[in-house]
Design a protein around this ligand. Structure first.
Ligand code: ADP
Length: 339
């Protein structure tokens, strides 16, 4: 569905909803007015009797009766007119109120739908790249008339494998992104040193391959969090720190304690992030210009979106300070558990 189609769809849905709201408001106003009018009419119609409930000591003359009846009829007509005016005013107000309420109701739904469509379109775009590579590799072989040698077959299988691995990594990341939003939040004390060292295990061989030194001075502390998801966030930050560091660089993990909060930092001496990219790096599928060159830095712009989503759910306030060419420091706040 295109943006114009979504807008048109929601425009007509908002109109329908506004009409439904207006019908409800007007039905209530009309019912209220009818009940009020019939109750008042009953009072106007009560006969004036010398021995009735009214305390009339002298029997009223015919002229007085006619006058009283006339006043009752006038009062009824005036009440009717006032109620009609009130209902017309309510129609105008109801029209404004129902349009406003329908707009407010549909706004978050439209936003969610736009995000879903954007997500599907970005994911399809990313999936298409390795798929295209796979199909062109196979096409080249199928078009060949000459017999394929063992070495060529092995080379082809290796390239196929690489593209298949990329697809696997991408689908895992996409699943991670979907799961990040959907898990329940139940916090419990987590050993911070353990979480960091579990995350380290995933990056240590990549760091060694690039001769990157990894320093971990995380203090012994327990924090209120979710161990698996905290580890996932630290893992994303460490993976990026290694990925965006130059060979021979240094990645440091350390923590500072501020009262009842432990701030965990993952710092690198890598490429850094440009000022203009800073507001976007936590958005899904966003990659800064210098990272787009996938030959240099493999990735899909999903890691930080997952880390941000988890951090927001666990109240960890993930943030970054960075200088292009000098490196970056990503930080998260964790509530300290008093031992
Ligand atoms: P990916 O690394 O797969 O591109 P991420 O969502 O993890 O996706 O990161 C988004 C972007 O933020 C990256 O493309 C990169 O431009 C930038 N970035 C993240 N971490 C770092 C870092 N430590 N140093 C420099 N740039 C970084």
């Amino acid at each position: 569905m295109s943006t114009a189609q979504i807008r048109h769809y929601f425009h007509s849905r908002t109109g329908h909803l506004a009409l439904t709201y207006l019908a409800i408001i007007m039905a209530m106003t009309i019912i209220f007015s009818t009940v009020l009018f019939s109750l008042a009419s009953r009072q106007f119609d009560r006969p004036i009797e010398p021995h009735g409930t009214q305390r009339i000591i002298v029997a009223p003359s015919d002229d007085l009766l006619a006058l009283l009846n006339q006043r009752a009829a006038d009062a009824r007509a005036e009440l009717f007119l006032n109620l009609v005016v009130l209902n017309l005013a309510m129609l105008g107000f109801g029209l404004w109120l129902s349009t406003y309420l329908a707009g407010r109701t549909m706004e978050p739904i439209e936003k969610a739908m736009r995000e879903q469509i954007q997500f599907v379109s970005d994911a399809s775009h990313e999936l298409r790249t390795p798929l295209t590579a796979l199909s062109s590799l196979n096409e080249v072989v199928l078009r060949r008339t000459k017999k394929i040698s063992d070495a060529e077959a092995r080379e082809l299988a290796t390239q196929n494998m690489q593209e298949t691995n990329k697809l696997y990594m991408l689908t895992s990341s996409l699943l991670g992104l979907v799961n990040a939003d959907q898990q329940q939040v139940t916090l419990s004390p987590v050993d911070l040193q353990q979480a960091v060292s579990d995350a380290m295990e995933h990056i240590i061989s990549a760091a060694q391959e690039k001769s990157i030194e990894v320093e971990d001075t995380t203090p012994k502390a327990h924090v209120q969090s979710q161990s698996e998801r905290l580890m996932q966030v630290i893992k994303v930050l460490l993976e990026n720190a290694v990925k965006y560091s130059h060979p021979g660089g240094v990645v440091r993990v350390y923590a500072t304690v501020h009262g009842s909060v432990v701030v965990l930092h993952v710092a690198d001496t890598g490429v850094g992030i440009a000022e203009q990219d800073m507001p976007h790096i936590f958005s899904r599928f966003y990659r800064a210009d210098q990272s787009r060159n996938k030959e240099q830095h493999d990735g899909y712009g999903i890691g930080l979106a997952i880390a941000k989503s988890i951090s927001d759910q666990l109240g960890m306030n993930l943030r970054v300070k960075s200088k292009i060419g000098e490196g970056s420091v990503f930080s998260i706040d964790l509530p300290l558990v008093k031992e």
